[in-house]
Design a protein around this ligand. Structure first.
Ligand SMILES: O=C(O)CCC(=O)C(=O)O
Length: 300
């Protein structure tokens, strides 16, 4: 029994690997999140380097703070935790991958007006392979998302294909070379919509996003989830030490100790590059042929 998705929407997700649901989150919640972000921006003032809460842009300085990502916001913001646990987020996910869900991670990618960093093409499943691929990311659109402010882009249908090579010089770099993988940029689809909309993308779909050179912010809050019976494969970037810790990730439904094994393509994201607080932005810098241009260092 579906909670909110029509059979057509569920079929579209299964076929294409993504879905956009417009105006899903109440405006008041989006406004509260924007106020929370301002609080994190105050925290970044004076910081000289990224830490385990905030990932800073290369062009950040202590008196002109620039946050690239707020890490694990559900642990530092009640509003973002409450939204994660709400039906606004969980109902469509249950419709797609079932009633029993764990959290993989949360993050708020800032992509600020004028300089927000690009995210190179990649597949999330390359970072965290699991025993089955009922693994997906919900992205809450905090600012109106258009073509000009660095929307998330996906290659429809690639969630049914291979996991591509995300290594360079024998090290996992979390990014792929589109040409080498036989993908053509013209086939990528931007996931746009007004603030308060959500997009959902399958963990195997190829996706990325350009630098934001527009005058408008583009902030996107991710909740990445998986079916409770999807267990990380050895070497996955999912970090948990005990089953109690894994069960503490339950968002709804019942945990299990019986992984469901599916016939899914897996590459192990190892060895990992050396990097303290290494985020996707840092490790992707090792990609030799960048898909997106990068910030040129001038003040935005
Ligand atoms: O923020 C974006 O546009 C892309 C984010 C993403 O794919 C990631 O952080 O893994």
């Amino acid at each position: 029994m579906s909670e909110i998705l029509t059979p057509e929407q569920a079929a579209f997700y299964n076929d294409q690997g993504y879905l956009v649901l417009e105006n899903r989150i109440p405006v008041s919640v989006i406004e509260d999140i924007r106020a929370e972000i301002a609080r994190f921006e105050d925290e970044a003032r004076g910081m000289t380097a990224s830490n385990d809460r905030l990932d800073l842009e290369d062009s950040h300085t202590p008196d002109a703070p620039r946050i690239r990502r707020i890490k694990l916001p559900h642990t530092t913001s009640d509003i973002m935790r409450d939204l994660m646990m709400s039906d606004h987020v969980l109902a469509p996910v249950r419709d797609l991958i079932g009633p029993d869900l764990r959290l993989h991670t949360s993050k708020l990618n800032m992509k600020s007006a004028g300089y927000g960093a690009a995210v190179e093409w990649h597949q999330d499943f390359a970072f965290y392979p699991h025993t089955n691929d009922d693994v997906l990311a919900v992205a809450v659109i905090i600012d109106d998302m258009g073509l000009e402010n660095g929307p998330l882009m996906v290659f429809p249908g690639t969630h049914k294909g291979p996991i591509f090579d995300h290594h360079s010089d024998g090290v996992f770099i979390g990014a792929m070379d589109l040409d080498a993988c036989g993908l053509d940029l013209k086939d990528a689809v931007p996931l746009v919509g007004p603030a308060g909309s959500i997009s959902i993308h399958h963990a195997r779909i190829v996706h990325g996003s350009a630098l934001n050179t527009s005058a408008r912010d583009r902030r996107l809050l991710f909740y990445e989830t998986m079916a409770a019976d999807a267990f990380p494969v050895m070497g996955s970037m999912t970090k948990f030490a005990t089953i109690a810790e894994y069960d503490a990730r339950m968002l709804c439904g019942c945990p299990t100790i019986a992984p469901r094994l599916a016939d899914v393509p897996v590459r192990i994201p190892q060895p990992q590059p050396e990097s303290e607080y290494g985020s996707i932005y840092e490790i992707q810098k090792r990609l030799k042929k960048r898909g997106f241009s990068t910030y040129d260092g001038k003040a935005g």
